[in-house]
Design a protein around this ligand. Structure first.
Ligand code: NAD
Length: 445
């Protein structure tokens, strides 16, 4: 339905009518295709930063037309703001006003990416103020974007620079169509770990990846995306979903494992299958999840316990077993939800499980790093799947339209792109990250 509406308000006579009536016109998002240009036009870099030249050289090597000064009327595909050396809030003015002028020339599907440093409790108040202020700037810019353009930020922790591998990888992710539904968000570069792929079209070449709950919806999209990005995929789902699972597997040359992730030995079965059939286990995507919504006043033990068992307890148990097996370089990406961040009526059980995923990721990052691995989560907002199809139509329609920046729900592939990126070696320096894929809204399942 969202697609039909978008088609109508963006084409021919109905477009004119929609404009006359002042109906919201959700833009077509610039999604990833391996053959598409990284940005729709030249990129302007404003501001100063250590290693800015290295950054600029890298962007040129990616085939981008890089400008260091705003040159008149030329349209822009991207804008990079180097804000990491600012010392006090009054420093922002010249750069932000110049950025404002540049924004007028940003093409549909364009990208703004700001580099900054984290605001720390031990910093000088001036310094902490400007750094925290940049957070507000980027989130506000995201809400001012038009035509499917987005604004996101990269936060550089001590010891990292704009040219650190994961900073460059995050920048490329934000530039590309892979981040179409990510807006007003930040990725934090914690270390100089990470290796950029030899081939950006195959960042997961040679990896064996397991996706749970892969028979449909977001899980099926993740499996397809990881396979497109070069991974050998193992798809996992309940025996009852066997037929759908086989279809997904056949479409991408994956192998299937019928398994309830709440089984005590789920991790062992996954390791046995991946290592036995494909020689290693490099990436696990904890995607299997359920909703059993009820107001807390009407909640019963069955609903509460099943959501906790599938959405978080199973992941904790599996991760413990993976850690005990000391698999070298194992990366985990888990599915959180904006409900676990902002809460959602009727979803106390689900929010407990998804907030739980976020807590698990934060506390597990150092444990997976000990074997050269990492863990991250993606928190989707409103994504069009069978799960969200169960939301009453009125709520669903309002949910799509009130999405402030992009005015539409996301697609399963939008979540899958973020997962593929966070599960890649290039993202190793982003260990412990939770990235919202929500079109800058907090409505979702
Ligand atoms: P979905 O219901 O369409 O698919 C979930 C899949 O998981 C199904 O194939 C199901 O059979 C499988 N599954 C359920 N329990 C399982 C178990 N015990 N063992 C193995 N497989 C099991 O859901 P979806 O919308 O594709 O959501 C996928 C994930 O994304 C979930 O973790 C969900 O919480 C999360 N999420 C979805 C949205 C959204 O808007 N759709 C938003 C935020 C988060």
């Amino acid at each position: 339905m969202a697609d039909k509406y978008m088609e109508l308000v963006n084409t021919g006579l109905t477009k004119k009518l929609a404009t006359m009536l002042g109906l919201p016109r959700p833009p077509r998002l610039r999604r990833y295709s391996p053959d598409a240009a990284l940005l729709p036009g030249p990129v302007l870099i404003l501001g100063a930063s250590a290693k800015a030249q290295e950054l600029s050289d890298t962007l040129v090597s990616w085939g981008l037309d890089v400008r260091r000064h705003d040159a008149g009327e030329a349209k822009l595909g991207g804008l990079v703001l180097l804000l990491d050396e600012l010392e006090r809030p009054t420093d922002l003015s010249p750069l932000m006003l110049a950025a404002g002028q540049a924004l007028r020339k940003l093409l549909p599907g364009g990208r703004v990416v700001a580099f900054s440093r984290p605001a720390g409790d031990d910093d000088e108040p001036q310094l902490s103020a400007v750094r925290q202020g940049i957070d507000g700037v980027v989130r506000s810019m995201g809400r001012e974007m038009r035509g499917g353009a987005t604004a996101n930020g990269i936060v550089l922790e001590a010891g990292t620079t704009v040219a650190s591998p994961s900073a460059l990888a995050a920048l490329r992710f934000f530039f590309s169509g892979r981040s179409a539904y990510v807006d007003g968000q930040f990725l934090t570069v914690r270390t100089n770990d990470g290796v950029l792929p030899a081939d950006f079209a195959k960042p997961l070449a040679g990896k064996v990846a397991v996706v749970t709950g892969a028979a449909r919806g977001i899980g099926a999209a993740i499996a397809k995306t990881l396979s497109r990005d070069g991974a050998q995929v193992v798809v996992v789902d309940m025996p009852a979903a066997g037929e759908a699972l086989a279809k997904v597997a056949n479409s991408i040359g994956a192998t299937t494992l019928q398994l309830d992730v709440t089984a005590e030995d789920a991790a062992q079965q996954i390791m046995d299958h991946a290592i036995g059939r494909h020689g290693s286990l490099d990436l696990v995507i904890h995607n299997a999840g359920i909703t059993r919504d009820k107001l807390l006043a009407n909640m019963d033990a069955g609903r509460w316990d099943s959501v906790i068992a599938v959405n978080i307890a199973s992941q904790l148990r599996m991760n413990e077993a993976f850690l005990a097996a000391k698999l070298p370089g194992l990366r985990i990406v888990s599915l959180a939800s904006t409900s676990g961040i902002a809460g959602n009526r009727g979803q106390t059980n689900y929010a407990a499980s998804k907030g739980g995923v976020i807590g698990m990721v934060h506390a597990s990052a150092k444990l997976f790093a000990e074997n050269g691995g990492s863990i991250a989560a993606v928190a989707p907002g409103f994504i069009e799947t069978e799960m969200t199809a169960k939301i009453p139509l009125g709520t669903r329609t309002v949910a799509r339209m009130v999405l402030p920046s992009l005015m539409q729900g996301g697609l399963p592939v939008d979540v899958a792109e973020a997962i593929s990126f966070l599960g890649s070696d290039a993202a190793a320096g982003l260990n412990g990250q939770v990235l919202r894929v929500c079109g800058q809204s907090l409505v979702g399942a």
